[in-house]
Design a binder for this molecule. Structure first.
Ligand code: URA
Length: 208
């Protein structure tokens, strides 16, 4: 079984939250709760600063992420990095990034409801440990997960929601944005991330 990229990174960060996340990353590394364990190369637990007040949640690893063990490292990831760094003026390494599913669905198909259910406790615990002020859901699956809703992403974006006392903002998935790179979709994503920044407030994104 592949070593966990996340575990190595957590060792480098150190601190209480990293310490609490490590056994969870190890549990994910060896997880066989659903069929995706048979086809993954490795799990993708999440990366970034565990003391961040901003957590970005995507859908599931794709081929590049499955290969590298890190979320959002492919083309969509490059666009997400631009959104964080050029749009929000934050450093990507200061944000914690993970997904609803920790394993790649074959051929990048959509997550199945039972896979989301089996993986649910991992994300719940990640959120509990990191305790971000703002959760930014990118795409339909994390948006519906966090908002406990079946509405399409077009209805969930642009509004404020709450998940266990934390702010939630939803926006389009960067892969959707790449396929629909229009002024309209870019404006909407910009407005959504500005809302997330407003909700973060003036305190530093990484807690001291
Ligand atoms: N898309 C996602 O939703 N997550 C990733 O990690 C990569 C692509």
């Amino acid at each position: 079984m592949a070593a966990s990229v996340a575990l190595e990174e957590l060792k480098r960060f150190g601190g209480e939250r990293a310490g609490l996340l490590s056994p969870l990353a190890e549990a994910v590394r060896v997880c066989e709760a659903c069929r995706l364990c048979a086809t993954r190369k490795q799990t993708v637990f999440g990366t970034g600063n565990p003391d961040s007040r901003l957590m970005i949640i995507g859908e599931a690893p794709g081929a590049d992420e499955d290969q590298q063990g890190r979320p959002f490292v492919g083309r969509a990831g490059a666009l997400l990095t631009d959104i964080i760094e050029k749009g929000m003026k934050l450093r990507r390494e200061d944000v914690y990034i993970c997904n609803v599913l920790k394993c790649r669905p074959p051929d990048n198909r959509n997550p199945e409801p039972d896979e989301i259910t089996q993986c649910r406790p991992y994300l719940e615990r990640q959120i509990e440990i990191i305790n971000p002020s703002v959760l930014l859901a990118v795409g339909r699956f994390p948006a519906q997960w966090l908002c406990n809703s079946q509405e399409p992403i077009g209805q969930l974006r642009g509004k404020r929601f709450e998940y266990k006392g934390r702010h939630v903002v939803c926006t389009y998935h960067p892969a959707y944005l790449l396929r629909n790179y229009t002024l309209d979709t870019r404006k909407k994503v910009h407005a959504d991330v500005m809302l997330a920044l407003e909700l973060l407030g003036s305190e530093p994104v990484v807690r001291p």
